[in-house]
Structures are given as C-alpha cells and as structure tokens.
Write a protein that binds this ligand. Structure first.
Ligand code: AMP
Length: 588
C-alpha cells in the first residue's frame, strides 16, 4: 500500500476512535434506520420513528426494548431466509447469502447472514491492519504473499440462497482482489488453487508456487496459525517431490484436478537453479528438525501473519520453531463470521501480549461484565461467570472481563458472540481488547468448571516433562467422560517423538494437578470425579479429525481443533487411534 493511502487509513481510524462514543451511537442509528420495519425489529421496537430520533436517545431505547439474543433466538428467522422467504425478516434488503460459522468451537455449524457490507468491512480491516504492519515492516511494492488459504464450495440452501463459509465468500469476492491491488501485494496462488476443494492438492500447489516465487515472498500467512503449522508438516513430507517439480517445471501426478493443474502449469517454468538451492536448504533443515524453515526458504519474508491468539495459542511454539529466532510473528485481527471486531495496531507486540483495538464503525458493540464466581455458590450452574448488565463501548473499564454483544449491519440484534475478552487499555476513546477464550465451558462433570484456557494451561503444564525426552505435543483435545461413574476427564494427545511410559505417567499426573479450578480440586479429593485419563493417539489422528470436519463442509481456513469433543463419531475415531492410556495418580 502506498504511504499516502496507509496514512489516510490510520488517520481515519484515529478520527473514529477519538469519537468512538458518538460513532457508536450513529452506527446503531444507521443500522436501525436501514432495517426499520424488518419483522424482528418490529417485534421489539414496534412503530417507533427511528429516523427522527436523536442517536443517543435511540441507543437507550434500543437497549431497553430489544432483548439480548443468542443464535438460537435468531435461528428461526435465519432458517426462514434459508428457506427462501424474501419479506424483510432481519434486514430490510433481502439477504441473498448466508455464511457458515465454522462452528467447530461450538460443535455444530450455524448460518449467519452475509451481505456486501461484510466483504467491505473485511477489505477495510485488512487495509487498516496492512497500514499498521507496513509502518513497522515496510514492504516491497508488488511483492508476493504466500497464503495458506482455502475456499470451500458455495452451495444453495433449499430456498436458493447461496451459502458457504465467510472466508469462502471473501476469497471469491471482488474485495479480495481489491485488497491485493490496494495493498500492492499479491497472493502466489491463483483462484483455482484456493478453491480446489481438496486441501492436500491446494497445499501442494501453494508450496510449489510459494517456492517458485520465493525471492519475492514478503510474508507468509493463513487465517489461523494451525493452518500454517499443518501445511509445514505436509511440506516436511513432500519437499523432494516439490523440488522435482520446481526443477522441471512440472506438476506431480498427485495433483489430479484439471482446473488446478492447468492454472499452476500456466505459471511455473523450470528453474533448476532455484530447485537445487531449495533442495540443499531442505537437506540442512531436515537435520535440524526444520528449525527456521520459513526464513530459510523465504529469505525476504518480513514476518508470519496469522491469528495466533485464543485457541491458536497451542500452535505458537511450533510456529516459533518453524520461524526461527528472528522472524517476527504478527498476530492477525480479531473478528468472527458475524462481524469484524478489532485491529492489531501494534504488529511488533508478541502474540502473547497482543490487543485488538475495536473499530467502532463495524457494528454496535455492547459488553456484558463478567465476574468469575466462587465455585461453591454455583453448584449445578452451567457457566462459571456472574453477569452484570451490558454496557456500551464507552463505559468499559480496564482490567474487567466482558462477553461481547453485537448489533450488526447484517441483521443480528444484541447477539451474544460467546467470546470472553479483557479490556487492556484504550486507543483514544475506543477499547483495546485482549482475547481470552470462548465463554462456553469445555469441561464440566459436576461442580467443576474449566474453560478452554483452563484446559490449555493444564495441557501446557502437563506436557512439560515431554521436553526432557525431546518429544513434542502435536495437538490435543478432551472429553468429559460421564459414562463410567463417577466420571472423569479424558485428554487426548498426539505426540511427535519417542517418550517412555514413565514420563507419560508423570505428564498425566501433572496435568491432573494443573486443573486448579476449586470445584475440580474438591471433586478430585472426594473422588466425585475420577482420575484424569491421558490417552495417547497415533500420529495423524488430528489430521483425520480435521479431514472429518472438512468433509462436512468446514474449510481449512476456518478450522479450529475442537478442544472438547462430545460427537460420537469423533470419539470413536479418537478411541480407535488410541495407543496408550494412563490414569492420574494425583490426589492419592
Ligand atoms: P468463525 O466465526 O468460525 O470464523 O470463528 C470466529 C471465532 O474465532 C471468534 O468468535 C473467536 O472465538 C475466534 N477468533 C477470531 N479471531 C480471533 C483472534 N484474533 N484471536 C483469538 N480468537 C479469534
């Protein structure tokens, strides 16, 4: 992006951040004016004349009359849209596209309305983020981006509405092309590779083209960090074949889809010099367990850019390994299928410390204050937080945790997103958020309540003994087994490297002891929850799980390993892949 348009973007953002309070009131007014008369709004607001009301008065009225909603509350309306009803239900303009939220964090997929506004805000946040990044890491104009991105097939609902994941809609949109032109950085792969529908074939070609353009690659990216780690694992297996293709300008017979073959063969040419260089680099890398792979093969890359927070944190260590000591890891923006939320204004901050500055024009944001409850007061509760009334963006406090509530241009009203964030500070008048976790508990048997973060921390602590054996945790998930009384947690690990049983038994014990939730500790001491079970699964199990999700319509670009599994098919798959089981000896 040229510096003047970068500066314009940053100036625009400073202006809206400085007036965040008013901008939010105006944003809400615009949403309500646009969708005035839609059935859902009419139900709650009646015939109130939103056009002639003062923005702040409308804001108070809206908050008092429209209830907080979950996806389930809006689902009947969304379903009617999917079935082809064209009367104004959630929005005045008919919804012609629906997005599938990946749902792998919630266990099921959900439809969410998608409009041209969705693609426009995607373009806007990407340009804004690119402006902040280029200030710290200036880019060469016209450089290439090695992007591990994957579109899935768009399909039609019963009512003829096109549906697909939000990333798919975006990659297929005009805005995706505009983003490349306006930031003057171009993805290595053509649309046919992004949209092949076969992630292995796409990944192979992403690499082939990424290597072909190696000297021009300015940064390496994917939506979620997991995707890069997964792809680089694939590279470790296929690099020889890739080098052969690079040498001869050919394409491996493993690429069978005609569209992708033609498009890639149109681009590549034989490059024996580059192929020989890549091959010698890979031979060295193989000796050092692929440490520093990215800077070695893409020596001009300035950084790796991806979502590395939240459920992606467990892949950070592996990503650091592939990036070596010096290549910066830049945490990508915070958003959801429902709405974009915040931008990373400080690309040089470590992924562990990154904050996302809310863009107050994207949606109308509210925040439900959350207080972690003392455990014994909530026996049988389904959540471990106590809530206060939602507050607008201008009233949040530093250090306080909140659940985000969205009112979007796409017809979601006071919609609980289910994410827990903490306010870390402010940029002008708009908050900087630290992403904490999905609100939903992942592990609970009785009075115990462990969130995704609790599980993540326990796994992190429990896996420390692996280091002594030089082994590494590849991925993990969990299950609250209540089939065998008194019930216990099962944590599934896939490990790379050899570890003896004695070390694994220690890991199991330490992981059990690392769940510090009071309800869990008390239950373990009284044996109302049995010893934690560590189940080691064979290599490749998590890849199978990912393929299962992809087979069911998720895309690689949105995939997140589910951290708690209740689905019977997946549990069966995990148990079939089990090679060793350990039971904790903590609390004996
Ligand atoms: P989806 O709607 O399936 O694309 O998933 C959106 C969810 O992914 C959000 O609600 C968050 O829970 C998570 N997410 C998105 N961006 C980030 C981020 N930068 N850091 C952490 N989690 C994120």
């Amino acid at each position: 992006m040229d510096t003047s348009s970068s500066d314009d973007m940053m100036r625009w953002f400073q202006e809206v951040a400085r007036n965040a309070r008013n901008v939010q009131a105006e944003t809400l007014k615009t949403i309500l004016e646009m969708n005035h008369g839609a059935e859902y709004l009419k139900k709650w607001l009646g015939d109130i004349d939103v056009h002639n009301m003062d923005a702040e008065a409308l804001q108070s009225l809206y908050e008092s009359m429209v209830p907080l909603a979950s996806h389930a509350d809006l689902d009947p309306y969304i379903q009617r849209i999917a079935d082809g009803e064209t009367s104004p239900l959630l929005t005045k303009q008919p919804i012609t596209t629906l997005s599938l939220s990946s749902g792998t964090t919630e266990g099921r997929q959900k439809y969410v309305p998608y409009t041209s506004h969705s693609s426009k805000t995607t373009l806007q946040i990407f340009k804004l983020a690119a402006a902040y990044r280029s200030r710290v890491y200036p880019m060469r104009e016209g450089g290439k981006i090695l992007e591990f991105i994957y579109g899935s097939k768009q399909f039609k609902t019963k009512g003829g509405i096109s549906a697909g994941t939000a990333t798919t809609h975006y990659f297929a949109s005009q805005e995706f092309k505009l983003k490349q032109q306006q930031t003057n950085s171009f993805t290595c792969s053509p649309q046919e590779v992004i949209f092949s529908g076969d992630y292995k074939q796409s990944t192979y070609c992403h690499f082939l083209l990424g290597l072909f353009y190696s000297p021009q690659v300015e940064f390496v990216t994917s939506t979620f960090a997991h995707c890069i780690v997964q792809a680089l694992g694939f590279f470790e297996e296929y690099w020889r074949e890739l080098c052969n293709d690079l040498f001869h300008g050919t394409l491996s017979p493993r690429i069978t889809l005609p569209g992708i073959r033609t498009s890639v063969l149109d681009i590549i040419e034989p490059n024996p010099h580059l192929a020989t260089w890549v091959s010698s680099q890979c031979e060295e890398l193989e000796e050092s367990d692929w440490y520093g792979l990215i800077p070695k093969l893409w020596p001009n890359a300035k950084y790796v850019y991806s979502i590395m927070t939240g459920s992606m944190q467990p892949y950070l260590e592996k990503l650091k390994h592939y990036s070596g000591d010096h290549l910066p890891l830049v945490s990508a923006e915070y958003g959801s299928t429902e709405s974009w939320i915040g931008v990373n204004m400080d690309p040089s901050s470590a992924p562990e410390n990154v904050t996302f500055t809310v863009v107050p024009t994207f949606s109308y944001f509210e925040f439900i204050p959350l207080h972690r409850q003392a455990c014994d007061t909530v026996v049988g509760a389904v959540d471990d937080y106590q809530e206060d009334d939602p507050v607008p963006l201008s009233k949040v406090n530093i250090g306080q945790q909140y659940e985000i509530v969205l009112t979007t241009f796409t017809g979601l009203y006071r919609y609980r997103l289910g994410d827990v964030v903490e306010v870390a500070g402010f940029y002008e008048e708009t908050p900087k958020l630290k992403f904490l976790c999905r609100r939903k508990l992942v592990l609970t048997i009785n009075i115990d309540k462990n969130t995704e973060i609790d599980l993540q921390l326990a796994v992190q602590k429990g896996s420390q003994p692996l280091l002594t054996s030089g082994a590494k945790l590849v991925d993990f998930t969990s299950h609250a087994n209540i089939a065998d009384p008194p019930g216990h947690y099962v944590v599934y690990w896939e490990i790379k490297g050899e570890v003896n049983e004695h070390v694994l038994a220690r890991c199991c014990k330490e992981m059990d002891a690392a769940f510090v939730d009071h309800g869990y500790v008390v239950s373990r001491k009284t044996n109302s929850i049995g010893p934690l079970e560590l189940c080691i699964v064979e290599r490749g199990t998590f890849r199978k799980i990912m393929e299962h999700f992809i087979g069911n319509g998720a895309t690689m670009s949105q995939f997140k390993t589910p951290r708690c599994i209740t689905n019977k098919v997946l549990l069966k798959m995990l148990n079939l892949c089990a090679i060793k089981r350990f039971h904790s000896t903590a609390y004996k």
